[in-house]
Design a protein around this ligand. Sequence first.
Ligand code: SAM
Length: 277
Amino acid sequence: MMKLLKSLLPYIPGAKFLLMPLRFYNALKVYHRLPSQILSWVFTSQEWTNITYELTDLNKKYLTCFISQITNTDREKVREYLEELENDDNLKKHIQETTLKSPRSFISDAEARYGRRLGWYALVRIKKPKIVVETGVDKGLGSVVLAVALMKNAEEGFNGHLYCTDYNPEAGFLLTEPYSSYGTIIYGDSIETLKSFDRGIDILITDSDHKFNYELQEYETVEKQLQEGFLIISDTAHYSSTLIKFAESRNLKFLFFQEQPKDIWFPGGGIGIAYQD
Ligand SMILES: C[S@@+](CC[C@H](N)C(=O)[O-])C[C@H]1O[C@@H](n2cnc3c(N)ncnc32)[C@H](O)[C@@H]1O
């Protein structure tokens, strides 16, 4: 029937209008779950900004390959690190209890959902950095994930420390003991903090002010402190060209991983990463 219709279409005047309902149906096939996902999120989550979610299983496979490619590490090893974080019940309990006690509990979900931060974790576990810097902390979900990776590295004899910046004095409520022994929050404007930061940096994650020129200034401020084998991660690369432009201007490699969030309306962020050959 469809075949016959298709063969007749070129001879029917105004055929393009007849096809409109079919085109509408095609789009609906992709987005029909969206209204129910939005409604379910509105009623089951309390998050307002910086929303959290898990990644689909397929997306975690892509993330594994992405990290493996950048770090030249066996995929099986990368997968082990992703699972290490996902199976860390102490961290899950810490996030749950600390969130419920926090004054921001009414706009935070207690359940630990790491999304792309799984990739941040694996990168720290693989690279064993001495100094990690994260600009933009919010609740401290990324910070606590990075801190636990550094804690595990330290247990294996590789010491490292995380420095985070945020101008909101209430940011970082998740980064308490035992994780705060591996991470320090410096409160104030991110660029001002970076200007007075005088240590070498192995991994830099930018996630504070997402404006193009601000993010660019973050990179320029610390570029001389980047150590051999450094990684720069941008949390804005799914919509901003700041890091890819910086990478091109400095002859660095650049790759991007796109998140596929599981069972939620949000289209996902990603990991933009610049690194040396
Ligand atoms: C997207 S959130 C960070 C999320 C966090 N990295 C995570 O993994 O969940 C952005 C944070 O950057 C902070 N911020 C925005 N502009 C800033 C600036 N100029 N200096 C310092 N912090 C800033 C905000 O207060 C907010 O907490």
